[in-house]
Design a protein around this ligand. Sequence first.
Ligand SMILES: Cc1ncc(COP(=O)(O)O)c(C=O)c1O
Length: 323
Amino acid sequence: MSAGRTAAPAAGRWVFHDGDFVAAADVRLGPDLQALQYGTGVFEGIRSYAGDSGEAHLFRAHDHFTRMIGSARLLRIAIEYSAAELVDIAAELLRRNGHTGDAYLRPLAYKTALEPGVPFGVRLRGVSCALTIVSLPMGSYLPKGGISCGISSWRRIPDSSLPARAKITGAYANNALATDEATAAGYDDAIFLNQAGHVAEASTANVFVVRAGRVVTPAQDADILEGITRDSVISLLRREAAIEVERRTVLRSELYTADEIFLTGTGCEIVPVTALDGRPVGSGVPGPLTRTVMDAYDRSVRGRDPHDEQDWLTPVHATPVLL
Ligand SMILES: Cc1ncc(COP(=O)(O)O)c(C=O)c1O
């Protein structure tokens, strides 16, 4: 470890980079970075929340790092830490940066440079890898009163081309095209259809639809990221409202005729969609089931859920990591 935990970084904030905690300003990544040129990186977004006692918790960090290790395996990116070790490193980074209120972590594992003797070209083998984790303070950033969405003319990349279930940096150009189109048209976000024309997901969130008391979300084979918030919501609805979410093909017309639509994601949390393609969703305000899910999720992430037996929270103020 290059610096003591109490020493301030040379400038700005700490990041975890290449096996050590270093000042962000000391991380130097050049223009020949393979991940920059070819999009060969994988990442996660993880939140930590301040609880009532002032104690911060990471939410489902082990699940996020497990997913990242899976994404990395797809791109042959070596990560030399276990998910449990990465959780400890993440908590240590938050402590060092003093990010003990609501905060966000962005771990990124990526291809760096061709190893000596490896010929120039787009490749996954013979390329070195690195892992960088940054943290920043971040509260909720979307209006709880609802957002508008437009169905994107860009289709979600199919699993047979670039699997959406892996969070691959390069694949997010697809998401950027969709959000650019949606915001240029005056919407807040885009909802993707997949190549079959069925509902896939929003730009960085999964989609849930409420129709006549039933709750539906696109199944895992709809070219979606299998969201950790999606999974949390499925559990919370089972427990709080005795509702079993149906995971199946969702048709575009089901969105237009829905009583409620909401999006789920680590970044956006639970956000109601109150208008779609210029039509109100239901009565145009967040519906009762959406509000139930928002409340349950908020209680869960802040450690206010007395029934939280699922081990979703990791205290940030735990034993320091010794690398
Ligand atoms: C494309 C996409 N879908 C869904 C999600 C929601 O996933 P999670 O709930 O694991 O954050 C995200 C955000 O990570 C995303 O980028």
